[in-house]
Each structure stands twice: as structure tokens, then as C-alpha cells.
Design a binder for this molecule. Structure first.
Ligand code: DAK
Length: 257
């Protein structure tokens, strides 16, 4: 599929998807979201792709959902969900996703970053949930994932004042994995992605699923799920290869089987 609002490329088992509407700070309109989902789902089905990086062109990662597009929407249209189903589909991607947040990550942009599994941010990036300034509130995880990441009191401040926070603050609050100079943010994310791409693919997918399980289950259920995944990995050839490689003091060659 030829894309209008994103670019997508793969190299060394890593796919890079770039939101590419810099004139409007990569505002996430329907077409952009459809294309993002299409690309991510395609990469998720592609066994050669072991990690996905999402970034933005220009000075923003994404400044949120496209306000102009939302302007004409009615409550029943919003409730019907046709505009927003794509967000759930990104949540279901099993390949690890790294957000390389090059600049502004506001509203849906911050929520998109939080949908990713790892967030690498530029020193110049800013994170915020400014929906309150539009008379609305976050609708794609900004009250839930943000609260789980940084706690009630900080999330309340961000959601109720709408004020963005700089990357270093986000790092101190546990919202981002790592902050790096702007010129290396994509390389850093790609390097991390390549590292993950070199691991045993089935173990990576089950480990991602297991960590995410911690968000929607109680401890006993989560531990139970983790144990089942752990046992399952003993049925893979990669487990035998990984352990043999360690014992033979050589680099493991994983095949995803
Ligand atoms: N939508 C559409 N256009 C946007 C935009 C956005 N979110 N953000 C910026 N732009 C456009 C501006 O209109 C301007 O376009 P022109 O006027 O040149 O045509 C261009 O990008 C450059 O922006 P500025 O001229 O405003 O640049 P400044 O540096 O002066 O200001 C800014 C940068 C980021 C502070 C400002 O642009 C701004 O406040 N933008 C709006 C940020 C915002 O409020 N974001 C939250 C939107 S609401 C859901 C899923 C998602 C959502 C909800 C539910 N479900 C699954 C249910 C998400 C909602 C949102 O994100």
C-alpha cells in the first residue's frame, strides 16, 4: 500500500514508521491512523520484522488527534467508535514497538507514545495531555496509562492543567525509558530495536504480552500467566539453542521456532 501521511521502511529486522504531516505537527487524522495501523499490522505479520519504531517528521512526534477533523464530530459518532477503533488495533500488535519521540507528544500523540512498549525521547521533547483546554479530556489512555506510569497526583496535574512537561521531567517521573540528544533519538531507538530483534522472537512476544498483563490483572493472575508463558518457551527450539549457545560460549542463532 502506498502511504500518504506516513513512511515505512525496514532494515535488519527493524521497521521504522514515520508520521509524516510535519506542517500540522503530525496531527493524527483518520488517514494517518489508518495508515499507521495498516503498516504496524503488516509488520506484525511479517516474521522478518522483530521490532517496530514509530517516530515523527519535523518538530513533533504528534500534536494529538486532528482537531480540525474532530471539530465536526457528534457524540454519537464518537461513541460509535468508528473514528477510534485503530487505537485498539495498535494495542494488539504483538511485536515490540519503540516510540522515538523527537519533539512534541501531546494529547493523542502522548497516548500513542504510551501505547508503545519503550519510549526514547529527545532532550527537546515535551509530553502533555492538553485536551482540557479544548473542553474535552483524554480518550485514548491519557487518564489510565499516564496514571499507571507516573501516579495519581502527577497525572492529575497534567490532565487537569493541560500543561506539558519536558522530557527530563518525564524521565524523572517514569514516563520515558531514556532521554538522549535530539540528533541521536532515532538512532538510539533503532539500536535498541536491533538489540531486541536479535533475541528469540517467541520469547520476546510472550515477554511483551506478560509485562502488559501486569496492567490488567491482579498479581496472582499475572504470575500464573507468566509461569505458563515460561513453560511454553521450553517447547521452543530457540530455548534449546539459547542454552546450548551459553554452555558452548558462542552467540545463539535464534530462528523463531
Ligand atoms: N490538530 C490539527 N492541527 C494541528 C494540531 C492538532 N492537534 N496541532 C497543531 N496543528 C496545526 C496548527 O493548526 C498549525 O496549522 P496551520 O495553522 O499552520 O495550518 C500547525 O499545526 C502548526 O501549529 P502552530 O502554529 O499552533 O504551532 P505552535 O508552535 O505555535 O504551537 C502547539 C504548537 C502544539 C502548542 C499548538 O499547535 C497546539 O496547541 N496544538 C494543539 C495540541 C492539542 O490540543 N492536542 C490535543 C488534541 S485532542 C481517542 C483517541 C485520541 C484522542 C481522543 C480520543 N479515542 C480512541 C477515543 C485524542 C485527542 C487529542 O489529541
Amino acid at each position: 500500500m502506498a502511504y500518504q501521511n506516513i513512511t515505512a521502511a525496514t532494515e535488519d529486522g527493524v521497521a521504522v514508521v514515520t508520521l509524516n504531516r510535519p506542517d500540522v505537527l503530525n496531527a493524527l487524522n483518520q488517514t494517518t491512523m489508518n495508515e499507521l495501523v495498516d503498516a504496524c499490522e503488516g509488520f506484525d505479520r511479517d516474521e522478518a520484522v522483530r521490532c517496530i519504531v514509530i517516530t515523527g517528521a519535523g518538530r513533533a512526534f504528534a500534536a494529538g488527534a486532528d482537531i480540525k477533523e474532530m471539530a465536526g464530530a457528534s457524540a454519537p459518532q464518537m461513541l460509535a467508535g468508528y473514528r477510534f477503533q485503530q487505537w485498539e488495533r495498535i494495542r494488539k500488535i504483538t511485536t515490540p514497538i519503540i516510540a522515538a519521540v523527537n519533539g512534541l507528544a501531546l494529547g493523542g500523540g502522548c497516548e500513542l507514545a504510551m501505547l508503545c512498549d519503550i519510549i526514547v525521547a529527545s532532550e527537546t521533547a515535551q509530553f502533555g495531555q492538553p485536551e482540557i483546554n479544548l473542553g474535552i479530556m483524554p480518550g485514548a489512555g491519557g487518564t489510565q496509562r499516564l496514571t499507571r506510569a507516573i501516579g495519581k497526583y502527577r497525572a492529575m496535574e497534567m490532565v487537569l492543567t493541560g500543561r506539558p512537561i519536558p522530557a527530563r521531567q518525564a524521565e524523572a517521573w517514569g514516563l520515558v525509558t531514556k532521554v538522549v540528544p535530539p540528533e541521536v533519538v532515532l538512532d538510539e531507538a533503532k539500536g535498541m530495536a536491533r538489540e531486541i530483534a536479535g533475541k528469540a522472537p517467541v520469547a520476546v512476544r510472550l515477554a511483551k504480552e506478560s509485562v502488559l498483563k501486569a496492567f490488567d490483572t491482579h498479581l496472582e493472575g499475572g504470575l500464573d500467566f507468566e509461569r505458563k508463558c515460561f513453560y511454553l518457551l521450553f517447547a521452543t527450539e530457540d530455548r534449546a539453542e539459547g542454552i546450548s549457545a551459553f554452555l558452548e560460549k558462542r552467540k545463539a542463532i535464534f530462528k523463531g521456532r
